[in-house]
Structure formats: structure tokens, C-alpha cells
Design a protein around this ligand. Structure first.
Ligand SMILES: [Zn+2]
Length: 133
């Protein structure tokens, strides 16, 4: 008994021999990226170093400026929410800065950036009164 298997695969074509092969690719001589890249890196290294240091310095300055503690001259009033320039005064009794709201005259305290024991300022209210005149 004979078994016949039918398939849809096409017959395998015969290989052709190519006699006119293209010419091999020859690398260009002279100014190519393989030649220029090391010299370019050597020439640009100082500039890249300076740019890197400048970028680091800029980021450090921005972070220092953002995280630097400071007294906000336009602090939000806790009573009325008004946010505008207002009166600041150091109170030696409480050793804190007293904000006075310009709208509702509410007062609230804030610790100074540098503690009062480290900067010894003598209060001179009499001299202040003379300058206002
Ligand atoms: Zn207020």
C-alpha cells in the first residue's frame, strides 16, 4: 500500500551563481568619524568639564536659594489671610519676630533665622523715634 502526502509547499528553487558580485566597501580615508572622534573628545573635554561644573554650580545656587531660611515679608496673615507687606518687629522678650497684619492688625510671631543669642543687637527705640521726625 502506498501513502501519498499532499503539501502546499512550493518546490525549492535551484541556487543561482552570481558572477558579477558588487565591489567590497572600502572605508574612506581622511576625515571620518572614526578618525575625528578621539581628537574631538580630547579637544572638547575641557569645555565639557567647565559646562558640567557650571551646571552643578547653578543647581547648587538654586537649591541654596530655595532652601535658605528667610523671613517672608509678605507672610500670609493667619487671621484674615491677607498677604501683603506688613510691619515686622523684633521682640526681645519673646526672642522672636512679630508680624503685624496691615489689614486686621493681627500679630503673630516667627522665630528668627539666626537665634537671638548669636547676634546681640541692642534695641534703640529712642534713636528710631528721632529718625522718624
Ligand atoms: Zn490679617
Amino acid at each position: 500500500m502506498e501513502i501519498i502526502v499532499e503539501t502546499d509547499t512550493p518546490p525549492i528553487p535551484e541556487l543561482e551563481v552570481i558572477t558579477d558580485a558588487p565591489a567590497p566597501v572600502v572605508a574612506k580615508e581622511g576625515f571620518t568619524w572614526e578618525v575625528l572622534l578621539p581628537y574631538l573628545l580630547i579637544a572638547l573635554t575641557p569645555f565639557l568639564y567647565v559646562i558640567n561644573k557650571a551646571t552643578s554650580l547653578y543647581i547648587w545656587i538654586v537649591l541654596k536659594w530655595l532652601t535658605d531660611p528667610k523671613i517672608d515679608l509678605k507672610a500670609k496673615c493667619p487671621a484674615c489671610g491677607h498677604r501683603q507687606d506688613h510691619k515686622l518687629e523684633y521682640n526681645p522678650q519673646y526672642e522672636c519676630i512679630i508680624h503685624t497684619c496691615s489689614r486686621c492688625f493681627a500679630e503673630w510671631g516667627q522665630a528668627p533665622v539666626v537665634s537671638a543669642s548669636r547676634w546681640k543687637v541692642v534695641s534703640v527705640p529712642d534713636q528710631k523715634d528721632e529718625t522718624e521726625l
